[in-house]
Design a protein around this ligand. Structure first.
Ligand code: NDP
Length: 284
């Protein structure tokens, strides 16, 4: 069977082009969207992510304001900056690139961001809205996965979706989002018994383990849709995912590649949240 290879690059471009039009419309009404991007230290992977986010802002017409803080910034200094940006009416979204250095508590940082500017959707308020199925910022990677499915005409309603991983940024919000879209949801983790058997019951298998090429064809039902969230970079800078792509793909009806699948969608949905903030804050 030839699977549909879900093209995250094309779909993310489609979304960014739609957003570009929307931003131009806002601009013509005198509404400016400005994302504050905070990075602490100079972790090379974070620097690449931040650069790509700023590039996406530029493409769409969103202003970005960079705060590159030294690696020895204290928790208090970082929190003070966030509080200042919360109160600054010219800033519509705040993003702190994670991970922050070990001595800073990421939960305190996430909690400090005003729910009205929480474009990453990580705050307890945003997570609560998603859990309750009411309007709020949705964590970007799960939101991107639903857009990939929707724009590839893959039905979610009534499907059994197995999510491998229960992190606060991918697995858990993914579970809520699929449930809100009427899937029957199972979330697995490191204590799950009979993992292969559970995964093999999935119509849609979403893999967010952080284990390179962990998922083989033994985990996949014939004709399933497989979404690979994992990102691993080898010493030659080659990217791979949590799924053994070449082995698994022939058994799927649709699959996301790495790179070019979920990755580009995360940034597109961050941009979506930045634009969405203009409407969302009216309801908060
Ligand atoms: P975490 O490490 O936070 O979570 C991994 C989850 O997988 C945990 O719930 C863990 O279980 C579970 N798990 C790990 N190993 C096993 C195993 N052997 N059997 C069963 N369950 C297991 O990862 P994230 O959710 O943050 O990220 C997952 C992957 O996605 C990473 O590769 C990351 O780089 C990538 N990622 C990609 C993004 C993108 O834009 N494409 C965005 C975010 C992440 P337990 O809870 O029991 O420990």
């Amino acid at each position: 069977m030839e699977p549909l290879i879900i093209d995250g690059k094309r779909i993310s471009k489609e979304i960014k082009d739609e957003l570009k039009e929307k931003v131009a419309e806002y601009k013509s009404q005198g509404v400016e969207i400005t994302l504050a991007v905070i990075q602490v230290g100079d972790d090379p992977a974070s620097t690449v992510y931040v650069r790509n986010k700023k590039k996406a802002c530029e493409y769409i017409g969103i202003n970005s304001k960079s705060f590159e803080l030294p690696g020895d910034t204290t928790e208090e200094e970082l929190l003070d900056l966030i509080y200042k940006l919360n109160d600054d009416s010219s800033i519509t979204g705040i993003l702190v690139q994670l991970p922050v250095p070990d001595y800073i508590d990421p939960n305190k940082v996430i909690n400090a961001i005003s729910p009205k500017k929480d474009v990453d959707g990580f705050s307890p308020y945003s997570a609560g809205c998603l859990y309750l199925g009411v309007d709020g910022f949705v964590s970007c990677t799960p939101a991107g996965i639903v857009e990939l499915l929707r724009r590839s005409n893959i039905e979610i309603d009534g499907k059994h979706c197995v999510i491998m991983g229960r992190s606060n940024i991918v697995g858990k919000p993914m579970g809520s989002l699929m449930l809100n879209n009427n899937a029957t949801v199972t979330i697995t983790h490191s204590h799950t018994k009979n993992l292969k058997e559970v995964c093999k019951t999935a119509d849609i298998l979403i893999v967010a383990l952080g284990q390179k090429e962990f998922v083989t064809s033994e985990y996949v039902k014939e004709g399933a849709v497989v979404i690979d969230v994992g990102i691993h970079r080898d010493e030659n800078n080659k990217l791979s995912g949590d799924v053994k792509y070449d082995e698994v793909a022939p058994h799927c009806s649709a699959i996301t590649p790495v790179p070019g699948g979920v990755g580009p969608m995360t940034i597109a949905m961050l941009m979506y949240n930045c634009v969405q903030s203009i409407e969302l804050i009216k309801t908060m």
